[in-house]
Each structure stands twice: as C-alpha cells, then as structure tokens.
Design a protein around this ligand. Structure first.
Ligand code: XMP
Ligand code: MG
Length: 183
C-alpha cells in the first residue's frame, strides 16, 4: 500500500492497541459508573481522531456517548496558526456533562487550547483531554492534557486517522512520510 511513501513505522498496530487498552483502563477509573452527570461524553475531533475514538470507546469498560466536532486551523498543511474555525459544531448541549475531548495529535497545542476554552464556556461538569499522540512542541503551550498515549519526535506523521492531503488515514499504524511526498 502507498508504495515507498512511508519512510518508517513509528508505532505499530499492536503498540497502538496495547496503549489504547492501557489508556481506557486509566480513564475509566476517573468516571464512576452511574454518576449524576450521566454517561461520559466523548467528543471526537474530526477527522483525525476517528479511528482512535472508535477503538478507544470499545476498550472503555464504562458506557459512553459519542459526539463529533470538526475544526480547522488556518495555516499551512503541516503547521497550525492558532486561528480556529468551527466547521461542524456539536449537535447537543454539554452543560452538566462529563466531557472528554478525544484528539489524535497535539502539536503546538494551539488548536486544543482554543477548543478547550470554547467548550468550557458551555459549562460541562468536567472537561478533560485524551490524545493518542503528542509532539514535544506541545509542552510549550500551557494546555492541560490528562492522558497522552505516546510522545513522539517532531516529525510529520500519518496513518491511523492522520493524513497528508487526505491520504494515508487508512494505514493501521503510525508512520513517517518520505520527504519526496511533499516536495
Ligand atoms: P496544533 O499545532 O494546533 O495542531 O496542536 C493540531 C492539529 O494539527 C494536525 N497535525 C498533524 N496532522 N500529522 C498529521 O497528519 C502530523 O504530524 C500532525 N501534526 C499536527 C492535526 O490535525 C492536529 O489535530
Ligand atoms: Mg490533518
């Protein structure tokens, strides 16, 4: 698949699976069953987090509900500017709910800190973040992320939901792209 486009496999399918089970166990402990806030509400940030959220929701041993949001940050195709626009908003009110934002990757952290501020104004009972991947740059932004799957080097990665020009999302692993692809 995709010929020589993938330079290396950074995280294998098995490693992703094991990490998701670990994260699910940790996250579930934070949300007691039958809480007055109702089922945990997972907010999947489209499109990158789609594969992660479906595997994660099925690994969680607690009931969850699923909502989607799509945001786009202005900037080049491989870096974000922090100016965010909502492309698709939530369909439901989140006031009084336990909300967990499910992200694929935190790079500068600008998109996520904007999103957290936006959702906080809607008065959820709690608001936390789980991300599969985080790049070292994220450490420069004061954005509180409760759960991180993998810290990865500062390289552009694709697969398992992550794209370059909408391609490679369907790869079952996380890989780095051959520079020839974007030059
Ligand atoms: P910031 O910098 O705001 O960016 O934290 C977060 C969003 O940027 C995208 N992003 C990537 N997408 N491979 C990708 O396919 C990457 O290596 C990468 N780094 C950042 C992604 O959409 C993320 O939500
Ligand atoms: Mg993208």
């Amino acid at each position: 698949m995709y010929g020589d486009d993938i330079a290396s496999v950074l995280i294998t399918e098995d490693e992703i699976k094991a990490k998701i089970e670990e994260l699910a166990e940790l996250v579930a402990k934070r949300y007691p069953p039958d809480s007055p806030e109702g089922d945990l509400l997972l907010i999947c940030v489209l499109k990158g987090a789609i594969f992660f959220v479906t595997d994660f929701a099925r690994a969680l041993p607690i009931p969850t509900q699923l909502e989607f949001m799509a945001v786009s940050s202005y900037g080049s195709s491989t870096s974000s500017s922090g100016v965010v626009r909502i492309m698709k908003d939530l369909d439901k009110d989140i006031a009084g709910r336990n909300v967990l934002i499910v992200e694929d990757i935190i790079d500068s952290g600008l998109t996520l800190s904007w999103l957290k501020r936006n959702l906080a104004t809607r008065n959820p009972a709690s608001l936390e973040v789980v991300t599969l991947l985080r790049k070292p740059d994220a450490l420069r932004t004061p954005v509180d992320v409760a759960h991180v799957g993998f810290d990865i080097p500062n390289e552009f990665v694709v697969g398992y939901g992550l794209d370059y020009a909408e391609r490679y999302r369907d790869l079952p692993y996380i890989g780095t792209l051959n520079p020839a692809v974007y030059s």
